[in-house]
Each structure stands twice: as C-alpha cells, then as structure tokens.
Design a protein around this ligand. Structure first.
Ligand code: GN1
Ligand code: MG
Length: 342
C-alpha cells in the first residue's frame, strides 16, 4: 500500500499507512507523509462500483461544483468543507489501477472527527448540512450518473429479495424465522414502493442526492460543527428521501445498526424533529409540498429498505456486505426491521 500511495501526487514520501473508519464497502486507510501531511487512501470496491470512470467523474463534478459555490459565497477554509482528491503523479487521473484493484486518494481533513451518535443539536446541524448539500447541487449542469443503477429503488430491492429467495443459494430460506420474516416484509412492500409509483406518474422528482447519509459519513470539527459530507460514491439522482431517511436510520436509532438486543432499538423522536427542522430550513428553497409531506414516509422507508437489503444478502450467502460472524446479516435485518416498526 505504501507503494500505491506513492503513485499519487502527495507531498513528501509515505511514512505510515493504517486502516481508517468502519465502512462496509470500500477499504480505507490513513496515510501519513514525511512533510507532515496526511491523506486518505481507498481501495474502491470494484465489484460493487462497476464503472469507476463514471464514479470518479461524478465525484470530480460534485466537488468542483460545491467548491465553486463555497468560493462564491466567500467561505474560508474551503479545503475543510469539501473533499480534495489527489491526482496521480504522472497523469491527471484521479485513480490508480493495476487492472485488478482501483485506488484513489484525498487529503485528510485534520482536526475532524466522525461520530456514531448525535445529540438533537448536532442532528439539527446535520439536517442543515444535508439540505445545503442538496441545494448546492440543484443547479449542477454536468451529467451525474447512477454509480449503482437504481440504488435506492424499493421495487428493485424487493425484486432482489424475491430473486434471492427463488435461488436460495445457501439453503437459508427453509429456516422458519426467515419464512416468517419474508411474509412480514411482504405485507408492507406495496406501501413502501409508493415513491416509485409517484415518480412514474410524474409528480415526484429525482434530484442529486448523497444516498449514504449515515451519521458516520459526515465530518465534524472538534467543537461539534459540521465540516463536510464525505463518502461521495453514491451521489446520484434519487428521491430526496434517500438523504433524509438514511440519516435518521442511523441517527435516530437508539441502538446499533446491528444491535442483537432489539430492546435497544427505538426511534428517537427528538433527533427526528431536530433533523427535520434543520433539513427543511435549508432545503425548503427547492422542496415541493409533496416532498415535504412525504418526509415521514422517508423515515420509514430506509430502515425497511435496509432490512430488505440485509436479508437478501443473508439469503445470498453474505456476498455484498462485509460481515463479522455467520448470522451478522440476519441480526442486522432484525435490528433494521425493529427500527422500521418503531
Ligand atoms: C454501505 O460503505 P458504507 O458502510 O458507507 C452501503 C449503504 C448502506 C450501509 C449500511 C454502496 O455503506 O447503502 O446503507 O452500508 N453502501 C453501498 O451500513 O451499498
Ligand atoms: Mg461510509
């Protein structure tokens, strides 16, 4: 990895590389260099992000657009408020590949922290930050593609679960618990696919969204102020519900995403209220009345969709999410479903 880090136009030479964060998809490392600068090196999960050119182009467009907006608004410290990617030493490319793996690098934002839990105050700030993120991108003219086609399309996720059940690759569908879960999930599918229907009727728009707004994808400074939004792989056209719902899925959950004790998993209304207030304040400039009216639906949709995704992966034999033990995806499914019910 030291050798790979050295292909990028960093200042000085690499002195240390160590794992960073707890993402479930990419592998992330913190790189220290001799001139005192630090960087984030990531191996892009190419099995999931199949079109790395599109992915990197999206990120370049989005960060350049936000950077221009921040500059125009007279912001200072812009390198702390939007990610800065480091090109290769010998070309303008923003990623390195040996034909098998794909790597990219960004400047590490010093004195920043990620958190797993929020207070109503920081939830309000996060709501404002995600609303601002979306509103800065409302007028982007560059083409932003879908890095994972139909990523937050509930109809697709339901189909993927049905396909997993039909194949039953590792024989997990005969477990009584799984059968019960599948019928329970089925009861709510129609309601949860409402957004897709409204979109087809032409009354619900898609906009450029972040699509992975869990709490840990936001950097705060040491005083608790939001610095910027990170993990931009999934920025793509989607319903604004993606960002609203996915944040609450992590932030308003009083337990963990994979909590084995379901009594811990409850929905924190104070976090919801604070986040909704911040979000609506900064996003109301572009939201339609229908989008606002459907925000509670978004809060339900995301734990539900995540339960469906974890369950499909469990039935498929754990091929998508990194797992720490055999039943991990099932435990995650139950915790997310409990949150949906709450
Ligand atoms: C994945 O990579 P990470 O951990 O930020 C996933 C999200 C899920 C999340 C669940 C590309 O995000 O959609 O909500 O795990 N990202 C992708 O924790 O599938
Ligand atoms: Mg992440």
């Amino acid at each position: 990895m030291e050798k790979i880090a050295q292909y990028f136009a960093i200042e000085g030479y690499v002195t240390d590389v160590r794992p960073l964060g707890n993402g479930l998809i990419n592998d992330t490392y913190l790189v220290s260099a001799s001139e005192g600068k630090r960087y984030v090196l990531q191996r892009i999960n190419h099995a999931i992000f199949k079109d790395v050119d599109l992915l990197q182009r999206n990120i370049a467009y989005v960060t350049a657009h936000i950077r221009a907006k921040l500059t125009a608004a007279g912001e200072n410290d812009i390198d702390r408020k939007v990610l800065r990617f480091i090109p290769l030493k010998d070309s303008q490319s923003t990623y390195y590949t040996d034909g098998k793996s794909y790597w990219r690098m960004s400047a590490f934002i010093e004195d920043s922290v990620t958190v797993e839990t929020v207070t109503p105050e920081s939830s309000y700030c996060a709501g404002k930050a995600f609303g601002e993120f979306q509103s800065m991108l409302v007028d982007i003219t560059e083409p932003i593609g879908e890095t994972i086609p139909d990523f937050h399309n509930m109809e697709l996720r339901a189909r993927q679960l049905r396909d997993a059940v039909a194949k039953d690759l590792v024989g997990r569908c005969s477990e009584p618990e799984i059968c019960a879960f599948l019928s329970e999930i089925d009861l709510h599918i129609y309601e949860m696919c409402k957004a897709e229907r409204l979109h087809r009727e032409g009354i619900l728009p898609k906009r450029i969204c972040h699509c992975d707004t869990k709490v840990s994808n936001m950097l705060f400074d040491k005083s608790g102020e939001v610095l910027c939004v990170i993990d931009l792989d999934t920025v793509m056209p989607s319903f604004i519900f993606s960002d609203f719902g996915d944040f609450l899925r992590s932030a308003a959950n009083t337990g963990k995403e994979d909590d084995a004790d379901l009594d811990n998993v409850q929905f924190n209304m104070e976090i919801f209220k604070a986040f909704a207030k911040g979000y609506i304040e900064s996003a109301k400039v572009f939201l339609t009345p229908l989008e606002i009216e459907m925000l509670p639906y978004a809060a339900q949709l995301f734990p539900y969709m995540q339960a469906v995704r974890f369950l499909a992966d469990y039935i498929n034999g754990d091929t998508y999410y990194q797992t720490k033990y055999a039943e991990h995806n099932l435990v995650r499914t139950k915790a997310q479903y409990k949150l949906y019910q709450e």
